[in-house]
Design a protein around this ligand. Sequence first.
Ligand SMILES: C[S@@+](CC[C@H](N)C(=O)[O-])C[C@H]1O[C@@H](n2cnc3c(N)ncnc32)[C@H](O)[C@@H]1O
Length: 327
Amino acid sequence: MSGGDETGVNRRALSEILDGLLAFGNDASDSFAGLRLRTLAHHFRDLFEPLDVPQLPDWALTVAASLGEEAAALDTNAAAYQIGLAYSGMLPREHRAALGVYYTPPALAARLISQATAAGVDWTRCRVLDPACGGSAFLAPVARRIVDELPGCNPRVLLENISARLRGYEIDPFGAWLSQVSLDAVLLPACRDARSSSPVLVTVCDSLERRPPPELFDLVIGNPPYGRLRLDPRQRERFKRSLFGHANVYGLFTDLALQFVRPGGVIAFVTPASFLAGEYFKNLRSLLGASAEHRLHHALHRGRRRLRPPPGAQARLPHDESPGGEG
Ligand SMILES: C[S@@+](CC[C@H](N)C(=O)[O-])C[C@H]1O[C@@H](n2cnc3c(N)ncnc32)[C@H](O)[C@@H]1O
């Protein structure tokens, strides 16, 4: 478009169109169509007018630019992790602790994905959810894995395929944005070949408020937040089957994963080992024991103790696997 700026938008022409729409909408002021036109024109104006954001000081812009340049030299997973570290390190301590914003190193994510593979996940067809996906430690490598498993696939079909079976939920908008951008980077070659935009796979939401979709997931994977959580009566009712006394968020996410995974599917979570013992987790252990058709893969986050299945559970808990190995 002639006279366009770097985004290709000719702002003057757009402004004139919007003014025309508004005038037309005002003329038809009492009609429903007039109201719709005015609303639409206002929405469009919001879209194209510059956001009112505070200016960053020069030193912050310089740090951001050099961070971007360094990250651009890394592979997608390492770059997202480094940007995530910079971001999470700058969060106020209470906010970071309240949401449990501690991103997973790529090697640990690779190990869990290997364990999911060993548990029988079929990357050519599985539906995958990360319910705490900030930073994309799992979603981006999973997308890469799916792309690698479907060589020669028509790029448009590949994008539709991934769009239909990969999902991430995240409560923190920046973490969600970083996840989506990492996915965009992985899918860029397919998008270029298909002349299509990248599918939106990440939703900003509170996972604990979501209900399972009609078609459940084959794999629920991730590193859920940890820490005590005060529940309102409605949440306590929803998760009462796995609660005993204080609620720990990762226990709730484990219950949530059981609700979202199909029978015979796989849950692969990085968690502390505290759920293996102690009163507070006894109902969660019973639930896991009763869900015998589910196989639960835990990679120890802290300590070097070997995992043992919780009493009564027939969960298969892998051990003796080296990081990054496929075994
Ligand atoms: C331990 S971090 C893991 C992030 C990322 N999946 C990774 O492995 O690097 C936990 C993530 O859960 C997110 N989170 C916390 N509470 C949540 C909630 N109720 N719903 C969705 N996401 C939540 C945090 O913002 C954070 O990004």
